[in-house]
Design a protein around this ligand. Structure first.
Ligand code: MTE
Ligand code: HPA
Ligand code: MOS
Length: 802
């Protein structure tokens, strides 16, 4: 237990309970299965495309531009319009209201472009037909001509030409320049970090059903129903109350549906309102990969100074992010990369610059970690480079740079880190993963093995929890209890597989002390809980759990007041126990009986709830404040094996200890950690996006874009929820957010691969490994390290790129 953690524990506080409440089925802390788990497995879970189609449903297909940048000089769609089954064809002219679905009102995300094409694959028109096949066939009959304009296809070129979607931004602490000048050791380098496709199993989709008076109901796969509602109202030129968005579940979002569902929702909505027929826009997988944004690829340039112990004493770092053609969430994403430059390390004298580069490529967007991973991967490579320079074990250099608990604890954005548990968590994982012993074994193995090399790395994660855009940190909920005691639960969060719905239901079950099966989990709907934020920033359970508890407490206090009065006891004598309510010394009622009595006595059994995260504030002008309520921590130790003749590799053993505070649901949390880790591993190893010279994405299907397969999971995978985990802040039952942080545990795999490559040069040549470390990249790095050995005489510690 850290000093921070042990001070304030009140063991009578129900939020502090470590174990599930006995006698209660499915309260907090229980490893309740995902509410849709059996339906997922049986194929019975209803996704948008599974909703029964009413008679007359139309199907949409987008028509894409085949240049990266240019002016449309002719668009002849007559053959498209007369193709079999076609009912209507949309262009920019058919947008009845505002032709924009940009999330931050930057007005640069047209539903369909009006004259100028901004990337290869951008939809320029859309067909609605009786069947999907008819719509897709009709698209091919378009005759479009362009006057081509120069296209910027790389972040490097955009940076050179100073093309930005948002102004550059700087964050600093101390004086990096003079600290660097004074530093005993100094190194500089460049790291290229690739993007990542979300590869959600369910692609982007909206099913629009026309309502009376030109209103529309949208079944949409989105993390942000309220934003889709407002955007589509604008597009239709109608007030927000004309549009209702409903989301029962997504087949994955991973950030890709935080903003980028609107364009497809808009097309479906326009067709539905125009024709009076239900309209479905479902992107084909290849179209989804080409037409929707991804994780930002970055170029990071750094100049670091350090002492003989490897302690960083000055850092100048610059990020250039490929934002694509429009702003989308890029400003906030690039900010989060800056916020995670430090990862877990104190950077006393630091300057961080960020450039938000505009390219003629698809507009990049949120992806699990939201820029944080790019910042963290860079600093972890820098740490390894420092360790090799001074000939220390990288683990020792990491520990030497950790934030202190009482000093050395201010971040580059001037927030004091108050909850640093990494020193203890590191001790715990080191005891169980045998890092030091295995390091020696690996050295011995590598000395004897000329072709197969083993590598080992242990890396920490510290991830800031809260939307850095402070006003987004709010949530709402709605609870009804019916006369039979069954509960209807609704809140603004969306379910994308992460287990948010079950966690919030557990919170409500705990509050009322009723079994989970008495609670109906219902679809997110803008008509029930309005003005919500995206389910994002890992804050879904923190915020909606609190809002739902607030609603439950309102009803509960009415029930308590009613029971106290009816049975003539003080309110404090009314107690909710599992399945029943105890009133004074003698009376015991079933929950449902109390509810029925309260109804007959005209007590309201319905309430809304609300939550706004406390303590946070941030001034972007001065880049200072407390943008995060708290931090989530974790650590992963990864061992890999590489084949130096082919560049192939596998993760042989991974140990993870991750801090979820006091878990709301350990089964769900474990799933999030495993899934996040594997997704991060995919990003840093096999998943490579590749555009050709025309700006055309060539890795637009699983045939060419390699997400991790079952066989890529670590052979020996040991995962622990850190046993001392407890949130020092008063979050919902002292839990911590878990959605994004584990993705960054996978940085250890990338670093372990680099470690294995370094063994080829007897750890004397630094492998400047970029991401992703595809087998090709690994093979090149091995060759370069071998060459670096030959060139040894010229440089004490040479570096070798890929
Ligand atoms: N887990 C699953 N299965 N599917 C998803 O789409 N998205 C991730 C994470 N875990 C995702 C997931 C992302 S990007 C975020 S921000 C969080 O879940 C959002 O949900 P939460 O706030 O409820 O954790
Ligand atoms: N995370 C995720 N989504 C966001 C954020 C964030 O910090 N800020 C704005 N949208
Ligand atoms: Mo998650 S990238 O914040 O949707």
């Amino acid at each position: 237990m850290s000093d921070n953690a042990s001070k304030t524990i009140d063991t009578k506080d129900p939020d502090e309970l470590l174990a599930p409440t006995p006698g209660l089925s499915g309260g907090v802390r229980s490893a309740s299965k995902h509410d849709s788990g059996p339906k997922h497995v049986a194929g019975e879970a209803v996704y948008v495309d599974d909703i029964l189609e009413p008679f007359g449903t139309l199907h949409l297909a987008p028509g894409a531009a085949n240049i990266a940048h240019g002016r449309i000089t002719k668009m002849d769609l007559s053959k498209v319009r007369s193709a079999p089954g076609v009912v209507c064809v949309l262009t920019a002219d058919d947008v009845p209201g505002v032709n924009d679905v940009s999330p931050a009102h930057t007005h640069d995300d047209p539903v369909l472009p009006d004259g100028i094409v901004q990337f290869y694959g951008q939809p320029v028109f859309c067909v609605a037909a009786e069947t999907r096949e008819q719509a897709r066939n009709a698209v091919k009959l378009a005759e479009i001509e362009y006057e081509e304009l120069p296209a910027i296809l790389s972040v490097k070129e955009a940076l050179e030409k100073q093309q930005f979607v948002a102004p550059p931004h700087v964050m600093a602490q101390g004086d990096a320049k003079s600290a660097l000048a004074r530093a005993k050791h100094r190194r500089s380098g460049v790291m290229e970090i690739g993007g990542q496709d979300h590869f959600y199993l369910e692609g982007q989709i909206t099913f629009a059903i026309p309502q009376e008076d030109g209103d529309v109901l949208l079944h949409c796969s989105t993390q942000h129903p309220s934003e889709v509602q407002h955007n589509i109202a604008n597009v239709l030129g109608r007030p927000a109350n004309a549009v209702t968005v409903e989301v029962r579940r997504m087949g994955g979002g991973f950030g890709g549906k935080e903003t980028q569902a609107s364009q497809w929702a808009a097309l479906a909505a326009i067709v539905a309102v125009k024709t009076g027929r239900p309209a479905k826009m479902r992107l084909d997988r290849d179209d989804d990969m080409v037409m929707t944004g991804k994780r930002h690829d970055f170029i990071v340039e750094y100049d670091v100074g350090f002492d003989d112990d490897g302690r960083i004493c000055g850092l100048d770092i610059q990020y250039a992010a490929n934002c694509g053609f429009s702003a989308d969430l890029s400003a906030a994403i690039c900010d989060r990369a800056m916020f995670h430059t430090d990862n877990a390390y104190f950077l006393g004298d630091v300057e961080i610059r960020s450039y938000r580069c505009k390219t003629n490529l698809v507009s990049n967007t949120a992806f699990r970690g939201f820029g944080g991973p790019q910042g963290m991967v860079a600093i972890e490579r820098i740490i390894d480079e420092i360790a090799m320079t001074i000939g220390r074990d990288p683990l020792d250099v990491r520990i030497a740079n950790y934030y202190g608990t009482t000093d050395r604890n201010t971040t580059p954005y001037h927030m004091t880190v108050e909850d640093n548990v990494l020193p203890e968590l590191t001790d715990d994982i080191l005891a169980s993963c045998d890092y030091r012993k295995r390091r020696k074994e690996i050295d011995a193995f590598n000395a004897e093995s000329p072709v197969i090399k083993r590598g080992l790395s242990i890396t920490p994660v510290k991830f800031g929890i809260s939307f850095t855009t402070t006003f987004l940190n709010q949530a709402g909920a709605l609870i009804h209890i019916y006369q039979d005691g069954s509960v209807h639960l609704n809140h603004g969060g969306t379910e994308m597989g992460q287990g948010l719905f079950i966690k919030v239901a557990q919170v409500v079950a705990e509050e009322f002390q009723i079994d989970l099966d008495r609670i109906k989990i219902t679809a997110t709907n803008t008509g029930k809980v309005p003005n919500t934020s995206a389910t994002a920033a890992s804050s879904g359970a923190d915020m909606n759990g609190m809002a739902a508890r607030d609603a439950a407490m309102t009803i509960k206090s009415r029930l308590i007041a009613f029971a106290a009065e009816k049975y003539g006891v003080v309110e404090a004598a009314v107690r909710f126990a599992p399945g029943r309510v105890i009133v004074g010394d003698v009376t015991e009622l079933e929950f449902a009986d109390l509810v029925k009595q309260a109804y007959l006595a005209r007590v309201s059994l319905s309430a809304t709830g609300y939550y706004a995260t406390p303590k946070i504030h941030y001034d972007r002008e001065t880049a200072s404040g407390r943008p995060f309520y708290y931090f989530a921590y974790g650590m992963a130790c990864s061992e890999v094996m590489i084949d130096t003749l082919t560049g192939e590799y596998k993760a042989t053993r991974v140990d993870i200890s991750h801090d979820v505070g006091r878990s709301l649901n350990p089964a769900i949390d474990r799933g999030q950690i495993e899934g996040g880790f594997i997704q991060g591993m995919g990003w840093l190893t096999s998943e490579e996006l590749w555009w050709d010279d025309a700006g055309r994405l060539r890795t637009h299907a699983p045939s060419t874009y390699k997400i991790p397969a079952c066989s890529d999971r670590p052979e020996d995978f040991r995962l622990e929820l850190w046993s001392s985990g407890r949130n020092v802040e008063k979050t919902i039952h002292r839990s911590k957010a878990v959605g994004e942080p584990p993705l960054m545990l996978a940085i250890s795999v990338h670093r372990a691969i680099a470690d294995a490559i370094a063994s080829v040069g007897d750890y004397k040549v630094i492998p400047m490994l970029n991401a992703p470390a595809t087998p090709e990249a690994v093979l090149n790095a091995v060759a370069n390290v071998a060459k670096g050995m030959i060139a040894q005489s010229h440089d004490a510690v040479p570096a070798a790129g890929e």
